[in-house]
Design a protein around this ligand. Structure first.
Ligand code: PMP
Length: 322
């Protein structure tokens, strides 16, 4: 099947229409299905929106923010206008404490820090276009697209297979890319070509379309939000209600998607992971860059029974080692 053929184009049009319906994307926004992962957009964003040396502002709430900040430095005058690094990335900045420079061409933040489990409970206010890395929260709950100039998200959490990245960009921000921007990274050129400037990641795109259909059938992002909040609450209550485990993240900033937790006796970490795997509960090791511990990811695809199984295991393990 050629990506330029009728069948693929029809699939692509349906996928975009479904996504627009799910997120309530306003008509003056373009939706791009790009190759390369969210990491490529760490550079793509400043290349498209800022001329060399122009001011771009960033909020630093964790390891993914930090990567976005480092990647932008070669292309623009980067300033970190708010950071929670000093506190070990366990909270979001106070609402109202984020102030972009008047001359900044955008303000960037990471809606959900996948490694740290820190999620913004609010949309930062900005007098400049707001850019968000929504990789690990997109489609998990309603999202105010119109409050943002640009939204990008890698596919592999709530969208589909890795390698595909969604970019949703307000039309007035197109056409500012620096001349050295490679064509596949140039949002205006990709928008003009239906994201088919070269061979796109066709299979990932097709599966993303199926996931959007599935989400609509589930009742859309509002229904997912109800489920995801309940899933997360079950797990945080189990952690907070036990003196065997603890969650390091400030309650207001706790992610619905990634729940980091620590054993109060870290010498049991390896046993915990081994016993959990034997119980069919895998991928619970925390990220090495976050200093280990545990992390449970509760993306849309995780059913509530998976969370209940983990909660039952947490109780049983704590009892065995009391
Ligand atoms: N941003 C966030 C918030 C992420 O969680 C990830 C990947 N886990 C990335 C960016 C990078 O995505 P990719 O590996 O697709 O480039």
């Amino acid at each position: 099947v050629s990506h330029r053929g009728e069948a693929f184009r029809a699939m692509a049009a349906a996928a975009e229409a479904d996504l627009r319906q799910l997120l309530g994307v306003p008509p003056d926004y373009r939706v791009l299905f790009l190759p390369g992962g969210a990491t490529l957009q760490f550079a793509g964003v400043p290349m498209n929106l800022a001329a060399p040396g122009q001011a771009v502002d960033y909020v630093d709430t964790g390891l993914w923010s930090a990567k976005a900040i480092d990647a932008a430095r070669p292309y623009a005058d980067v300033k970190v206008v708010a950071s929670t690094a000093a506190g070990g990335y366990r909270d979001v900045p106070e609402k109202g404490a984020i102030r972009a420079r008047a001359e900044a061409v955008y303000l960037h933040y990471t809606a959900n820090e996948t490694i740290g489990g820190v999620e913004f409970p609010y949309v930062p206010e900005a007098s400049v276009p707001l850019v968000v890395d929504a990789s690990s929260t997109i489609l998990s709950r309603p999202f105010d697209v119109a409050a943002h100039g640009l939204i990008y998200a890698g596919a592999q959490k709530n969208i589909g297979p890795s390698g595909l990245t969604l970019v949703i960009v307000r039309e007035d921000l197109l056409g500012r890319a620096s001349p050295l921007t490679p064509a596949v990274l140039d949002y205006a050129r990709q928008a003009a070509d239906g994201s088919m400037l070269n061979t796109p990641p066709t299979f990932a795109w097709y599966l993303a379309g199926l996931v959007f259909r599935w989400l609509i059938d589930q009742g859309g992002v509002a229904a997912m939000a109800t489920r995801n909040e309940r899933k997360a609450r079950l797990l945080y209550e189990a952690i907070d209600g036990s003196d065997f485990y603890r969650c390091p993240v400030a309650p207001r900033a706790r992610s619905w998607m990634n729940v980091p937790f620590l054993l109060r006796r870290p010498e049991l970490d390896a046993t915990f992971l081994k016993d959990a795997a034997e119980a069919g509960l895998v991928n619970l090791a925390g990220h090495r860059l976050a200093g280990g511990g545990m992390r449970a990811s509760l993306y849309n695809a995780m059913p509530e029974e998976g969370v209940r199984a983990l909660v039952a295991f947490l109780h049983a393990f704590a009892q065995r080692h009391a």
